[in-house]
Design a protein around this ligand. Structure first.
Ligand code: SF4
Length: 559
């Protein structure tokens, strides 16, 4: 008897040919990328076990599974592959739990593509979500199984509330559930939801980023009698392998950027031994890379003024790399000020991680802007323990960070935001200046390695009105997009084939598609920007020195 069937949004369980940034592929509009190319770049479907279980499952599902196994037996809880739902969803199934990240396609990256391409809200991520829920509803037809969705994408259902009736959800759960999963699933199953534990509604934010609660019977959230988040010792250890070998090392951040929700969550750090125990589960299933998730790895057990705790960070990675079967590891996110100010830490980590020309350490970094005034206004602590002013301009800090990262074989994937509150024309040109300088810089004769993805802040009112046609981006914002795609096309051509993994012909196919895609995207943005009146030649030349190359911080500051 399978009481509880756990399923992943299918876009979260593919490996996207393990190519950097291809994980964002489902965010693209479906009419812009033909289905055959989309399916090829997604890579083969995730592996299924003999009964149809998912072999590697998204980490959040693994946590939920582990939490339920504290009370229920192994045969009562399954993480199912969505091609084999009928093997598990039967008359006695009580609850189907589905996790999702960007179900309706209104996440920041998806929005950025709409801003460029306009049209209907038809991103691949939404098409795949609709197909999955259709499949789940067909599988549960005629059974008493209730359908509950959860995960970080739940906020989208609160925004487009009038569009979700068609999915026939019984409940939408919002929040972290590690400590209350047993109560949640058993009460949903019985239909007796205890109001002293659960709130029937959801949490949102007002215009001043203060939490507010909204009543809505379709939603369930943690009640006010509970702590708002589970404590560290209430979070269980996963019992099965996770997609891409990802495990968590901490929750929360605390740096305090004013646009970021993560910073409102309490800080909870896992010990290196605890992280290693989960990595060992992945390694024993054949996952040779340990992907360490946090929203800010350099904040791991940080010291005063967000000074990096070098011993704790190196100990963490050393412990992970000593796990049997682990060959490589990298963090998910980290801020740039630490590579800028602590090159010896990056060098030490590179030795531990065996970084080199065939093993770049990828890390996502929100660099957000090239403007000092915007950085000080929206993310004053992101540079800590460095300070804008005494330690250089924001651009100089970023430049020094990428210099040290490239030197020690780290490759940041930057995001920048356009449309921030108070952003001026000068701020946009500062961002273009930063991108161009980085794109033309070298260390030890090698070009700086980084990608840059522009994101647009779309007001919620505009999302609700679905007014997402072209024309969302101003002339200056298009200029920033153009500078970004100019660099991305350069990277795609330079690294397209080198960064692919697997068999020769699939590498060739992926490399060729990525390189061609980068070039086509550049030409598309160029046409759009020219039409909007952007001076393309000015963007190309802006802050690029006459020699075309920057090798030192002083030269970068002069350019
Ligand atoms: S450093 Fe990153 S995770 Fe932390 S508050 Fe700022 S944006 Fe959020």
């Amino acid at each position: 008897m399978t009481r509880f069937v756990l399923i992943s949004d299918s876009t979260l369980s593919y490996d996207y040919r393990n190519f950097p940034l291809l994980d964002f592929l489902p965010c693209s509009p479906s009419r812009a990328i033909p289905e055959s190319i989309y399916r090829f770049l997604k890579g083969p479907p995730p592996l299924a076990g003999p009964n149809g279980e998912l072999i590697n499952a998204p980490y959040s599902l693994r946590k939920l599974e582990a939490a339920l196994l504290k009370k229920y037996q192994r045969h009562e809880v399954v993480v199912a592959h969505d091609d084999y739902l009928s093997n598990f969803i039967k008359d006695d199934t009580e609850v189907i739990g589905v996790t999702t990240m960007d179900p309706l396609g209104i996440g920041p990256t998806t929005m950025s593509y709409y801003a460029l391409m306009g049209g209907e809200m038809d991103a691949w991520v939404r098409r795949d979500w609709d197909a999955l829920i259709d499949k789940v509803n067909r599988a549960r037809r005629g059974t008493k199984a209730k359908l509950m969705v959860g995960g970080p994408g739940v906020w989208e259902f609160t925004i487009l509330r009038d569009e979700i009736e068609k999915y026939n959800f019984d409940f939408i759960f919002q929040g972290e559930a590690d400590d209350i999963a047993v109560e949640l699933f058993s009460e949903i199953s019985s239909g007796n939801i205890d109001p002293s534990i659960f709130f029937r509604g959801y949490m949102s934010y007002d215009d001043h980023f203060r939490k507010i609660l909204k009543k809505d019977d379709l939603f369930i959230a943690r009640g006010t009698s509970l702590s708002a988040y589970p404590k560290l010792d209430e979070i269980p250890q996963i019992v099965g392998p996770s997609t891409k070998g990802m495990v968590e090392v901490m929750r929360g951040c605390g740096v305090g950027c004013d646009f970021c929700e993560v910073t409102l969550r309490p800080l909870r750090y896992y010990s290196p031994e605890r992280v290693a125990a989960e990595v060992a589960i992945n390694a024993s299933a054949g996952n040779r890379n340990a992907w360490l998730h946090s929203d800010e790895i350099f904040g791991y057990m940080h010291g005063n003024m967000f000074e990096p705790n070098e011993d704790a960070i190196t100990d963490l990675f050393r412990t992970v790399m000593s796990v049997d079967g682990v060959e490589s590891s990298n963090p998910t996110h980290g801020r740039i000020s630490i590579p800028a100010g602590y090159p010896e830490l990056i060098e030490k980590l590179s030795v531990i991680l065996r970084a080199g020309p065939r093993n770049w350490i990828g890390v996502q970094t929100g660099v957000e802007t090239g403007s000092d005034s915007l950085a000080k206004r929206h993310m004053p602590n992101k540079t800590l323990p460095l300070k804008i002013g005494p330690d250089g301009s924001w651009q100089e800090i970023v430049w020094q960070g990428v210099y040290n990262e490239t030197r020690y074989y780290w490759r940041p994937a930057f995001t920048i935001q356009v449309g921030q509150e108070g952003e001026t024309e000068d701020d946009y040109w500062d961002t273009i200046s930063m991108i161009n300088k980085l794109s033309n810089s070298y260390v030890d004769g090698r070009p700086f390695e980084f990608t840059i993805t522009p994101l647009v802040n779309v007001p919620l009112g505009r999302i609700k009105s679905k007014n997402l046609n072209r024309g969302m981006l101003t002339k200056e914002q298009l200029a920033v997009y153009y500078a970004s795609y100019l660099h991305l096309a350069k990277m795609a051509i330079r690294d397209g084939l080198m960064d692919t993994r697997g068999k020769f012909f699939s590498r060739l196919g992926t490399g060729a598609l990525v390189s061609a895609g980068g070039f086509m995207m550049l030409k598309y943005v160029e046409r759009l920007a020219s039409k909007a009146g952007v001076d393309i030649e000015k963007v190309k030349r802006y802050s690029v020195p006459a020699t075309g190359e920057i090798h030192t911080l002083a030269a970068m500051a002069r350019a």
